[in-house]
Design a protein around this ligand. Structure first.
Ligand SMILES: [Zn+2]
Length: 55
C-alpha cells in the first residue's frame, strides 16, 4: 500500500475506497499537499507499481 509522506490516511482523504483507489483524488492530493508534492515522483512510482500489480 502507498504511504503518504505527510502521514495522512488514504481512506480519510477519499483516495482509498471500497471500490479501489481513486487515482484522481490521489493526484489531486499530491498536487495540493506540500509534503507529498516534494516526493511526487516516488509516490507516482508507487501508484504505478500498485496498479500494475493489481488484477
Ligand atoms: Zn500529503
Amino acid at each position: 500500500m502507498i504511504r503518504l509522506i505527510c502521514g495522512n490516511d488514504l481512506t480519510q482523504l477519499g483516495i482509498k475506497t471500497c471500490e479501489g483507489l481513486n487515482i484522481s483524488a490521489f493526484l489531486d492530493h499530491i498536487d495540493s499537499c506540500d509534503k507529498c508534492s516534494q516526493s511526487k515522483e516516488s509516490l507516482i512510482r508507487d501508484l504505478n507499481t500498485l496498479i500494475g500489480g493489481e488484477r
